[in-house]
Design a protein. Structure first.
Length: 277
């Protein structure tokens, strides 16, 4: 039996509980709420948060609706029923202190060479996994990527994305996605002094002028959730791989990158709060 199939079998009982929780039902075996002790696989949430944001200085701890931005990601992760640990990977002492204040672990400071503007995601995760293996002998089975710039995600969405990967052990990862406001067939690419269509659609001439209803459905990734097997990271040197499952979000998304994004996110958070009051 392959590793993924073994993991899937180990997770079956958890998945039943998760689906009942999503439907508002109690645990079928005990009648009690689902407890972390029932988990049989290590599922590690990692929130990468460097201190050197240029567009918005100190972005990751800038206040959003009364809390540091990163706190929203930590809180949803800690409310997850399937995450067994939540770690913040940062190069910044202040961010690490805020992370611990809100209940996440920050057991190390990331090296400066992994905290630059052009640092890709994969080495950051490799560093975290290697540090935990060397210092603690700890190796998670599943890793969940939670960007601090996606403050609208919920614990239920995290659990659903994890469950999706476990139900498909042949997949490399799950990515949160949404339908873009404009598909790539409507985009243009600069080429010298002219522009050319960014993407073409087989069988359709001038797809960039076609009604949207005639074009194929496409997705764009969001800042909310990425879930992948640790083997994807270690064997394929990737946090995505080739076989990627979409977890389609049915709500507005925000990726905090500009000052106005804070206002937009705060509006959505306020609307969510009022809806549940």
């Amino acid at each position: 039996m392959k590793d993924g199939e073994c993991m899937c079998a180990m997770f079956l009982e958890i998945l039943e509980d998760v689906m009942q929780i999503h439907n508002g039902a109690p645990d079928a075996h005990s009648g009690k709420s689902f407890e972390p002790a029932q988990r049989r696989i290590e599922t590690l949430g990692i929130i990468p948060a460097r201190g050197g944001s240029k567009a918005i200085p100190r972005k990751n701890i800038k206040l959003l609706a009364g809390k540091p931005l990163i706190a929203w990601s930590i809180e949803s992760a800690r409310q997850s029923r399937l995450l067994t640990r939540v770690i913040v990977s940062t190069d910044d002492e202040e961010i690490a202190a805020v992370a611990r204040q809100y209940g996440a672990e920050a057991p190390f400071l990331r090296p400066a060479d992994l905290a630059g503007d052009d640092t890709p995601d994969t080495p950051v995760f490799e560093h975290c996994v290697a540090w935990l293996q060397e210092r603690e002998g700890y190796r998670p089975d599943i890793i969940v990527h939670l960007r601090p710039t996606g403050p609208l995600r919920t614990a239920q969405e995290i659990d659903a994305a994890i469950s999706l990967l476990v139900r498909h052990p042949e997949a490399d990862s799950v990515r949160s996605v949404e339908e873009p406001a404009k598909p790539p067939f409507k985009m243009w690419l600069p080429e010298g002094e002219y522009i050319v269509p960014f993407a073409s659609y087989a069988g359709m001439r001038d797809a960039h002028t076609a009604p949207r209803q005639l074009l194929p459905k496409v997705y764009q990734t969001t800042a909310d959730i990425g879930v992948f097997w640790t083997r994807t990271l270690q064997d394929k040197k990737s946090i995505i791989g080739e076989r990627v499952l979409p977890y389609v979000l049915g709500r507005p998304t925000v990726d905090i990158d500009r000052e106005i994004d804070f206002s937009v996110a705060e509006m959505f958070l306020k609307m969510r709060k009022e809806k549940h009051e």
